[in-house]
Design a binder for this molecule. Structure first.
Ligand code: FAD
Length: 502
């Protein structure tokens, strides 16, 4: 085994700078050399603005000051995603971070709620979730602002941020910790004749940059993992058929404050995102080229903005799916180089985060072994498959019949793993989460119910409690949610006080 002394990261988008910052933090005190290569001429994908709660922990692990980062990235708080027109046109629901109530007698809250509902209690399940109620009223607080005693439900949040500014922020962090940045284009990749390992990359000015471990963060092109190593790609367009996007930031001219949630509005062959930042809204329309032309997708987007566009439209093409291996020889792919599903549940930056966590957990400075590669790939494939199933649910569980696109996704054959989850939920609301699956019971319940997958019954374990005791329990939860939300300031006021952009 060849010892690891030099790590080379190719690419300086969100993936490249997240990896550089985390590795720089890890190697503090060691002499591991970290180099990042990026090309301003090529640029970054320039979208990717909504995150999920584990991203807050990523920043905490790096000891990043939340206020400073949020101000630098013009960030806002995110409590969940509102889905509009998905189950059917005119419908709307929120997939919140955090939980509906809490498990009672070891049985999921939605089971007890279903029992109460069947007995005539008309309260919607949303009344038992802090994040949904705060989002609904445009409010926000962090848990530590009101919950020192721990008696009230916590607020789970993530950020909306300007990804380009965030990458710049991380660049400062990483360069301050001895990461060396090289500007220029990689034009050639050299492989060892025997092992097939990457030995160096050559820049357009002729310089060669040698390394022992390479992190491919070069975006969709997968410069090392695909173009040099020919790893192969598993195409998931039969399940996630959207393959284009047009992004267009806009001003918020209607005077509305930034909402503390992402909005995903379904259209006739895809959906539109709205990500509110402090200074503007990020918008985009993700669509399927088989059913919609670029012009039409652009027009739909422009007709559904909160204000004037602030840039030229950015058209993007992608193939949903994943690299057959994420770690191949001495190359680890992160970000778009590893694969891309859909921005629907904001999971791409999360997968960069978990990729970095796994890399750091498996990394040995003694060298690279097959066991590391196998473990990394096995875990990552599981993560991708579970996220894929969750995304497919949004498309497949719909009553929409108004376009060929919806007819296709509604009737397509779905993976057995998802079909089983839907069937179990229908029967009695059971949700089996395998190992450390990302999406919680509340996530699955919110999307199943939001998309119109009804529960025919509930788990009999939920019948053990007496009806008055159940009512008292529900009253307590609803009251504590209301107590917390009533005392929250508006999201806009909170931002102004906590992390105003300079
Ligand atoms: P890129 O941003 O493409 O960066 C690639 C880097 O490689 C650049 O620095 C480039 O200069 C460099 N490079 C490439 N070739 C060379 C070369 N030959 N020589 C030198 N340098 C080179 N994710 C979320 O989590 N939330 C979202 O809301 C979200 N929305 C999205 C919407 C769309 C439409 C798309 C397409 C993606 C979205 N994503 C989202 C995904 C997110 O944008 C990416 O995961 C994230 O930006 C990481 O991108 P990256 O760093 O892998 O690639």
């Amino acid at each position: 085994m060849k010892p690891i002394r030099r790590i080379v990261i190719v690419g300086g988008g969100t993936a490249g700078w997240m990896a550089a910052a985390a590795l720089a933090r890890l190697r503090e005190g060691s002499d591991l050399a970290i180099t990042l290569i990026e090309s301003e001429m090529i640029g970054t994908v320039g979208v990717g603005e909504a995150t999920i709660p584990p991203f807050v922990e990523f920043n905490q692990l790096l000891d990043i000051d939340e206020r400073e980062m949020m101000a630098a990235a013009q960030a806002t708080f995110k409590l969940g995603i509102q889905f509009v027109n998905w189950g059917k046109q005119g419908d709307s629901y929120i997939h919140p971070f955090g939980n509906y109530g809490y498990p009672i007698d070891g049985v999921g809250f939605h089971q007890h709620w279903h029992r109460a509902r069947a007995a005539g209690d008309r309260r919607p399940i949303q009344a038992f979730n802090v994040e949904t109620m705060a989002a609904f009223f445009g409010k926000f607080s962090r848990t530590e602002d009101y919950n020192r005693s721990g008696e009230y439900p916590p607020v789970n949040y993530a950020y909306h941020l300007d990804a380009t500014r965030y990458a710049k922020f991380l660049r400062g962090y990483a360069e301050g910790r001895r990461v060396v940045r090289r500007e220029g284009r990689v034009v050639d990749v050299a492989l060892d004749g025997e092992s097939g390992f990457v030995t160096s990359v050559t820049m357009d000015d002729g310089r060669a940059v040698e390394g022992d471990l390479f992190v491919d963060c070069s975006g969709f092109r997968g410069l090392l993992i695909e173009q040099a190593l020919g790893t192969g790609y598993e195409d998931w367009r039969h399940l996630l058929p959207c393959d284009r996007a047009v992004a267009l930031p806009c001003a918020r001219e209607d005077g509305s404050p930034p909402a503390p949630f992402t909005r995903a509005t379904a259209h006739s062959a895809g959906w539109q995102w709205c990500v509110p930042l402090q200074h503007r809204n990020g918008n985009g329309h993700v669509y399927c080229s088989e059913y919609m032309a670029d012009d039409e997708a652009h027009d739909i987007l422009v007709n559904n903005l909160a204000g004037k566009p602030q840039a030229e439209p950015n058209f993007l093409r992608f193939v949903t799916g994943r690299r057959k291996k994420f770690w191949n020889k001495n190359v680890v792919a992160l970000g778009l180089a590893a694969g891309f599903m859909e921005p629907l549940e904001s999971t791409s930056i999360h997968l960069i985060n978990t990729g970095i966590n796994k890399l750091i957990a498996l990394l040995s400075l003694e060298g690279i072994s097959q066991a590391q590669e196998d473990a990394f790939n096995r875990f990552t494939i599981k993560e991708y498959l579970r996220i894929r199933d969750f995304l497919v649910l949004h498309y497949n569980a719909t009553a929409r019949e108004d376009s060929e696109f919806w007819n296709y996704v509604r009737t397509m054959e779905i993976p057995d793993s998802l079909a089983e989850k839907v069937e179990l939920f229908r029967l009695n609301g059971q949700i089996f989460r395998e190992e450390d699956e990302l999406f919680t019971e509340t996530s699955w319940a919110a999307v199943m119910m939001g998309q119109g997958v009804g529960m025919q019954g509930h788990n009999p374990m939920a019948d053990r409690m007496s009806a008055p005791a159940l009512k008292a329990e529900l009253d307590t939860i609803e009251r504590s949610v209301r107590f917390v939300v009533d005392r929250m300031p508006s999201h806009a006021d909170y931002l102004k006080r906590y992390c105003p952009a300079p």
